[in-house]
Design a protein around this ligand. Structure first.
Ligand code: ATP
Ligand code: MG
Length: 120
């Protein structure tokens, strides 16, 4: 069976100040391609929380930038990188493409590609 969605033991807890609010407590959900499903339940039962996870809206934002500093002078490049650092420290996942080792050195994880493969 080909599933479009396979979720196992999904747990979501909101942090409300010091308090932890468990909302999803171990959900398994399988949705076949082409299926047509309704989700019902009392207000507060977790429907929207679950749907956000299904749609990946629950994840922190992802920023993709293809050579963002490619055509910039050094100072402006550094300003862009400062902005990215700032966004990243707020939880935003960032993937940038660069030819510049100094730019790559400022990211947390470096991936190197060669001839269609990741080599380092
Ligand atoms: N950002 C949040 N921070 C803290 N608690 C939250 C947050 N979002 C939702 N909750 C809590 O999580 C629980 C589930 O909320 P959710 O919005 O998923 O319910 P729902 O089933 O969609 O309800 P409704 O029918 O009212 O739309 C509720 O107790 C709600 O107060
Ligand atoms: Mg809702």
């Amino acid at each position: 069976m080909l599933f479009m969605i396979e979720m196992e033991n999904i747990i979501k807890t909101y942090q409300l100040g010091e308090m932890e609010v468990p909302v999803l407590k171990g959900i398994n959900l399988y949705v076949a391609e082409g299926d047509y499903i309704s989700i019902m339940g009392a207000s507060g039962s977790g429907k929207s929380t679950l749907m956000n996870i299904i749609g990946c809206l629950d994840r922190p934002a992802l920023l993709l930038a293809d050579e963002p500093t490619g055509a910039l002078d050094t100072q402006t490049s550094q300003e862009v990188m400062k902005l990215f650092d700032n966004l990243n420290s707020q939880g935003i996942t960032i993937v940038i493409i660069t030819h510049e080792p100094e730019i790559a050195a400022q990211t947390r994880r470096k991936i190197v590609m060669q001839d269609g493969l990741i080599v380092g």
